[in-house]
Design a protein around this ligand. Structure first.
Ligand code: DWN
Ligand code: ZN
Length: 417
């Protein structure tokens, strides 16, 4: 039992993964002896409904000047963020000289679209290496963790914001009470805070337990977000599902009473109650599904090994760290993981120490089976792997269920966001 970070209520742990390394802590062999581990377990607060990690890791250990995740590695995500920017520009930025702020702006994948149109903008990004990439493409970026003091400084220098944006960032921030206070300061009276994160409903429905790792402190539902905003007189005025990262939700938030609340909000709220997101038993059911998924994945991998098949991992995602460590997948079962990010190549996966090789290691010697760790980019990857399919290459996925398939299988066309 822990304490809820949002309301100080009782946090009931429902899934314990045991000792875990840093999800993005790809490392060299010399670093094996000093690898950092923490206890990864996730709990549900019966009072405010927030699903959250029981123990968190210091943000400075996660987001630093060697942070290896660059948002712009996916072409589909570039398109997604272009559409997001166009939508904000058309529907939110009504003033003559608007100001847009993005929290956790990474390599500028979203703000670039505003910079190109000479719209006043500021990215606030703690990892300097990714922030440098953003700066080099003309995105004005401050290398800081966002908090109320930084919000005050930004207001002093630029004025309040018409829009504050965040994508796959808010669920990473341990102190959300402080975040909401800072947002209330930064937003103009009619401004909007628009953020998106993986949605709890999709995580539960797809048994996507690999979304649970150190960087993801929270797994949001509308119910929990609404409770969180209340204290600073903010409210959700719209919710828009997004087909990215396995199914995300975009929350549109304003100061209370300033905007009409869309019908979608009431509908989602009712759906969450009907689906049991406010009840502890739902999460115990999820734990049982996770255990079954692990058993099935290990059974398929062991069987492939017995048959003498070569299996390699496709994409050294943050999520893969949870899967490999929780299931005990080492290089006995998966020869290496191929990844397009130069900063990860030549290193080893956290905890399980599977070698991470360049993408060319995959294409130059196709395996029998590729274990798809980036299942959330299924469509993009299936499109670009036509040659692998011609070579009869098979895929092993574990979300939404453990399944082996090839290019002729209808599963290849299944929308998996
Ligand atoms: O929330 C987060 C999301 C948005 O991004 C962060 N906490 C960290 C990160 O999570 P992830 O690493 O699980 O993200 P992705 O986008 O599922 O995976 C990215 C990794 O996959 C990169 O290392 C690049 C690699 N990749 C690849 O090798 N080939 C990705 C694609 C699309 C590919 O075709
Ligand atoms: Zn709570």
């Amino acid at each position: 039992m822990g304490v809820c970070r949002i309301c100080d209520g009782n946090l009931e742990s429902f899934l314990d993964f045991g000792r875990m390394p840093i999800a993005n802590g790809f490392l060299s062999a010399e670093q094996f002896d000093h690898e950092y581990f923490f206890s990864l377990s996730v709990g549900f607060c019966c009072t405010c409904c927030m699903v959250q990690l029981v123990e968190t890791v210091e943000p400075q250990l996660l987001f630093h000047d060697q942070y290896p995740f660059f948002s712009s590695t996916s072409t589909r995500m570039k398109e997604h963020f272009h559409r997001f920017a166009v939508d904000v520009q058309r529907n939110v930025l009504q003033d003559s000289d608007p100001f847009v702020v993005e929290l956790g702006s990474n390599d500028g994948i979203l703000l670039r679209n505003f910079a190109e149109r000479n719209i006043r903008h500021l990215g606030i990004e703690p990892s300097n290496n990714v922030a440098d990439v953003a700066r080099s493409s003309g995105v004005n970026t401050l290398s800081r963790f966002f908090n109320p003091a930084v919000a005050d400084e930004v207001v002093q220098e630029y004025g309040q914001a018409d829009a504050v944006l965040a994508a796959n960032v808010v669920c990473h921030i341990p102190d959300l009470r402080e975040l909401v206070e800072a947002i209330a300061t930064l937003l103009k009276p009619r401004g909007l805070f628009i953020f998106e994160d993986p949605y709890l409903g999709n995580i539960l429905a797809k048994t996507a337990y690999d979304q649970i790792y150190d960087e993801h402190v929270y797994y949001f539902s509308l119910a929990a977000i609404s409770n969180l905003l209340e204290a600073h007189r903010l409210e959700v005025v719209d919710v828009i599902p997004q087909a990215v990262h396995g199914g995300s939700m975009r929350y549109v938030v304003g100061h209370q009473g300033q905007h009409k609340v869309a019908e979608s909000v009431g509908k989602l709220r009712a759906m969450e109650v009907a689906d049991g997101f406010t009840q502890a038993e739902t999460f115990h059911r999820f734990r049982r599904a996770v255990e079954q998924s692990r058993n099935e994945l290990l059974a398929v991998l062991s069987d492939l090994k017995k048959q003498g098949k070569r299996v390699v991992g496709y994409a050294a995602t943050s999520k893969s760290t949870t899967v490999t460590n929780y299931c005990g997948i080492t290089s006995e079962l998966v020869e290496f993981i191929s990844d397009t990010t130069p900063d990860k190549q030549g290193k080893y996966s956290p905890g399980t120490h599977i070698p991470v090789r360049p993408y060319s290691a995959f294409t130059e010697n196709y395996p029998d089976v590729a274990l798809l760790f980036a299942w959330n980019h299924l469509h993009e990857i299936m499109e670009k792997e036509a040659n692998y399919h011609k070579a009869n290459g098979k895929w092993l996925v574990f979300v939404p269920k453990v399944q082996l398939f090839d290019a002729n299988d209808p599963a290849i066309h299944r929308p998996n966001a």
